[in-house]
Write a protein that binds this ligand. Structure first.
Ligand SMILES: Cc1ncc(COP(=O)(O)O)c(C=O)c1O
Length: 382
């Protein structure tokens, strides 16, 4: 395997295009100087458009999880209650973070099944202070109904924290309409920069609540971040090359057009689903009328005739990296990302190889062979 030549089709980190890599090679600048402030302010503005919010954007050194922890840790006192909605691995992460900071009421569904809105409503009715939900549950390839949870949070005067780590920039996120108080995005996902930064949007209501929170995390104190942001800075030294990367990644996203970019993600996922359907491969998640399949990652059941490890190995031998299942889904599902700056040809080659390997193992019948690539092609040509 040639590592420089591997096509990464996992749901993040996604491939970083040369234009972004070149931007990272610029000489380091002073993070307390005017050049940095200019770049910082511009990134925040471009991110606000990407997030689809008028709320303030802050940039945190750390992966997506740092944004999840910042959101919970800055909004919840130990004697307060947070409802965490779980239908996959990252919902569990919110639950686990919640347990470090306050009383946590997890509302759990089986992974890949719709969230239980009645149970969320009941937990909020009992007087919870906040609710945290993963919008795009990457582990199962499903989009959860942020609008519905936002309505419930407003009704019960609770804060709404939304993990948009793999949705913001790749799927519509009208955060202000939904009433999201803190939304989180990861740099290595839909904007296709390297990993290492989380961006968060924070509402006025959330900033007000922070005044009453006694022991927020130190490094991830959002009040400190806001104070520094007013001066065009971060409180502690950020990775300057990563900032260059994020700026360039945001230029690329805006040049493409944010709606066009979201549409490309939706079309990419639709192409993978069409191919899977034509090959007789079942989807893993089971969305209801309020949820839907993800636009940025497609999770499918591993068909009989091949084991996931074998499939992954054979794909990799042909230069393509796909993802498996996490935790108890290991071996049962596989996932293909349609995330970042991917092009139609990346998806087509992935599906072509997948179909050939599955056919060679008898997991795709002779009569279906070729139907997958044709189905994907016709979606991508629309
Ligand atoms: C929905 C979601 N939330 C959180 C995370 C964790 O992000 P990170 O690994 O950047 O900390 C991921 C990573 O895949 C994710 O997909």
């Amino acid at each position: 395997m040639n590592i420089e030549d591997t096509l990464i089709m996992i749901p993040g980190p996604v491939p970083v295009v040369p234009r972004i890599l070149r931007a990272m090679a610029k000489p380091v600048i002073n993070h307390r100087g005017y050049e940095f402030a200019e770049m910082f302010d511009e990134c925040r503005e471009l991110l606000a458009d990407l997030f689809q919010t008028k709320n303030e954007i802050l940039l945190l050194s750390g992966s997506g999880t740092s944004g999840m922890e910042a959101a919970v840790g800055n909004l919840i006192n130990p004697d307060e209650t947070i409802v965490t909605v779980v239908n996959g691995k990252f919902g569990e992460r919110f639950r686990d973070i919640g347990m470090r900071y306050g009383n946590t009421v997890p509302v759990e569904s089986e992974w890949g099944y719709p969230i239980d809105l009645d149970a969320v409503a009941a937990a909020l009715e009992d007087g919870a202070d906040a609710v945290a939900m993963v919008h795009n549950e990457t582990s199962v390839g499903m989009l959860n109904p942020a609008d519905e949870v936002g309505k419930l949070a407003r009704k019960h005067d609770a804060l709404f924290i939304m993990d948009g780590i793999t949705s913001i920039g790749g799927t519509p996120t009208p955060l202000d309409e939904w009433g999201v108080d803190v939304a989180i995005m990861g740099s290595q996902k839909c904007i296709a920069a390297p990993p290492g930064f989380a961006a968060v949007s924070v509402s006025k209501r959330a900033f007000q609540k922070m005044e009453d929170v006694k022991n927020p995390p130190y490094y991830l104190d959002l009040k400190a971040h806001r104070k520094s942001a007013d001066k065009g800075q971060t409180p502690y030294t950020p990775s300057i090359p990563l900032f260059f990367a994020i700026q360039e990644a945001l230029y690329i996203a805006h040049e493409e057009g944010l709606d066009a970019r979201r549409q490309r993600h939706a079309t990419g996922a639709a192409a993978v689903r069409a191919a899977a359907d034509a090959m007789g491969i079942a989807m893993f998640p089971q969305p209801d009328e309020k949820s839907r399949y993800s636009d940025t990652v497609t999770a499918m059941k591993v068909p009989s005739g091949i084991l996931f490890d074998q499939l992954k190995k054979e794909m990799l031998a042909r230069g393509i990296l796909i993802a498996g299942g996490q935790a108890h889904l290991k071996g049962n599902i596989f996932r293909i990302g349609s995330m970042g700056n991917f092009r139609s040809k990346d998806l087509l080659i992935t599906i072509q190889m997948l179909e050939s390997i599955l056919h060679a193992h008898g997991a795709v019948s002779d009569s279906d062979f070729g139907a997958g690539i044709r189905a994907a092609g016709s979606v991508l040509m629309q």
